[in-house]
Ligand binder design. Structure first.
Ligand code: KIV
Ligand code: NA
Length: 274
């Protein structure tokens, strides 16, 4: 099997919804290999796996290591990796150097970066040099300090800003765009206005696709739950229960049991070797 390509994802515009999740490790990537069209190594890794308070502390080296791990678990989905804060904002040349590391060392097939009109020049520069770019508009978690919170975007007159950002990144050559935490009507207007797929998170079911942070939808990350998250599993509960059982069995000397132990005699070979 060959992984889906950015042009194939772009061609899904207006068709069957694009299924996307984040992943950061090989075993979780394997679970979604036959279900997802796009797998994103998001800089959300810093918050959900490393305990950071925001995505701002995520480094390019962290992204490369997690991208390598996810690559080992995928055969079908397109693998996209986030450019983390501080590794592309200086301009196209910095973005190129960082994106090349994600694609050569990390084995990503495309990169994602946050920003609309302000990143259009960088998106064009990368795309013209063989680097497929997924854009990210609406709420930009890397801009938390200037925006002052994880607020809904696109209400009232701000709708025009989101639309202008969408048009700019599509015109610059992005093959798709994540649209985060905007009103449903703005998400639908953007989806109609541009000819590349919109991947919604807290946006609208009428986007061309959806993405969630995998630890959120599995119910593994419990520190907070944005309104737009739906928990499809309860992995934290399952894990806690297992650890409670283990601890009590160890304290009662009920684990390990006889089937986990090694006797003095070597076992007899069951099947003869040729
Ligand atoms: O970092 C991330 O997980 C993301 C998705 C939520 C789109 O950017
Ligand atoms: Na991100």
């Amino acid at each position: 099997i060959r992984n889906l390509t950015p042009p194939q994802i772009q061609a899904m515009k207006g068709g069957d919804p694009i299924v996307c999740l984040t992943a950061y490790t090989t075993p979780i990537a394997k679970l979604m290999d036959d279900q997802c069209d796009v797998v994103l190594v998001g800089d959300s890794v810093g918050v959900v796996l490393h305990g950071l308070p925001s995505t701002l502390g995520v480094t390019l080296d962290m992204m490369i290591m997690h991208t390598q791990a996810v690559r080992r678990g995928l055969t079908r989905p397109l693998l996209v990796a986030d450019l983390p804060f501080g590794t592309y904002e200086a301009g196209p040349e910095q973005a190129l150097a960082s994106a090349v590391r994600l694609m050569t060392e990390g084995q990503a097939s495309a990169v994602k970066l946050e920003g609309g009109r302000v990143q259009a020049e960088t998106i064009r520069f990368l795309t013209e040099r063989g680097i497929p770019v997924m854009a990210h508009i609406g709420l930009l978690p890397q801009a938390i300090n200037t925006v002052g919170g994880y607020k809904v975007q696109g209400r009232g007159e701000d709708a025009e800003n989101v639309l202008a950002d969408a048009r700019a990144i599509a015109e610059a050559g992005a093959f798709s765009v994540v649209i985060e935490k905007v009103t449903a009507s703005v998400a639908e207007k953007v989806t109609e206005a541009i000819d590349i797929p919109t991947i919604g998170i807290g946006a609208s079911a009428n986007c061309d696709g959806q993405v969630l942070v995998v630890d959120d939808m599995l119910g593994l990350f419990e520190d907070f739950k944005p309104k737009f998250v739906k928990r499809y599993g309860n992995w934290a509960e399952v894990g806690r229960d297992a650890i409670v059982s283990y601890a009590s069995e160890v304290r009662a000397r009920r684990f390990p049991a006889s089937e986990h132990l090694f006797g003095d005699e070597a076992p007899k070979a069951k099947t003869p070797r040729n």
